[in-house]
Design a protein around this ligand. Structure first.
Ligand code: SAM
Length: 262
């Protein structure tokens, strides 16, 4: 996430003149600390604090307000409006779709605001992940287990009882994954938002509510950059599938070059 925060989100926030951010899913606050480097930014965190006591961490910081809990409990009662919202919490269709619907229905995003969403590509773009499966209504849950996922591969993987989260056994299909949730949300809110996503680092979606020339300009600038940068991961994937021997040789060369630099 740090990659996107520094390469895309922080510059985007500065260019858009945003002053407030709601961060859904902050874990240990590593990313929050990056955002705090933007001097004027005020941050609301929504996180159940499963991994760290964020209340303690930000106790003396008056630019951070913690709403301890899961997003679908907090979003319906939180007050105010945000310039931008980062969704990086529970990466499953049910949660993300309802987060977006609640944000829209409650008007939690200011006009010209932007929602950033992490993990819109492999592995969770088309596959649900659950931190706490017991909190998801049964009818919205994919069959899931604790399992290891292999980078770039969609097939079912080996069980892993040490995995921190549960993930859907099957990839794809209806109501499965973060990108599917965004697409389903957009079907119901067509024309209201502009959307693109970057394919690097598990993917970052950018959803902007804009009617202004300047808003469109900023959005289009980052869309063009993301398209340009996506060429390399795409080429990587095609080479890996179609020319595995070439892919292995290129990786060996890359690793050798990296060892030399180190
Ligand atoms: C991928 S981590 C976030 C990482 C963080 N954005 C960063 O880059 O440092 C996901 C976090 O979301 C939290 N989480 C899980 N389910 C959630 C939910 N329903 N609402 C809000 N946060 C949730 C988890 O406790 C975890 O801290």
């Amino acid at each position: 996430m740090k990659f996107f925060t520094n390469q895309l989100i922080k510059p985007y926030i500065l260019e858009s003149g945003y002053q407030s951010l709601c961060e859904i899913g902050a874990q240990r606050g590593n990313n929050t600390d990056e955002f705090l480097q933007v001097a004027s930014l005020v941050i609301g965190i929504i996180d159940p604090c499963l991994d760290a006591d964020l209340g303690e961490k930000y106790r003396d910081n008056n630019r951070v307000q913690l709403h301890k809990g899961i997003s679908l409990d907090v979003l319906p009662r939180i007050s105010g409006q945000f310039d931008c919202i980062l969704i990086d919490g529970d990466h499953n269709w049910y949660t993300v779709y309802h987060e977006l619907m609640t944000i829209e229905k409650r008007g939690l995003l200011k006009p010209e605001g932007t929602i950033f969403l992490h993990d819109v590509c492999w592995p969770y773009g088309r596959r649900d992940m659950y931190y706490q499966p017991e909190l998801i209504p049964k009818e919205f849950m994919q069959p899931c287990k604790r399992q290891s996922l292999v980078r770039g591969q969609s097939e079912p993987h080996s069980p892993n009882k040490h995995a921190e989260t549960f993930s859907a056994v099957h990839e794809g299909g209806e109501r499965n994954g973060v990108l599917t949730a965004i697409e389903d949300f957009l079907k119901e809110n067509r024309g209201e938002y502009k959307f693109f996503y970057s394919e690097e680092e598990h993917g970052l979606g950018v959803l902007r509510k804009t009617t202004s020339t300047i808003g469109n300009k900023i959005f289009n600038k980052h869309l063009r950059r993301a398209r340009y940068r996506s060429v390399v991961p795409r080429l990587n994937n095609v080479t890996k599938v179609k020319f595995p021997a070439l892919y292995s040789s290129l990786r060996e060369l890359r690793d050798k070059a990296r060892r030399k630099v180190a």
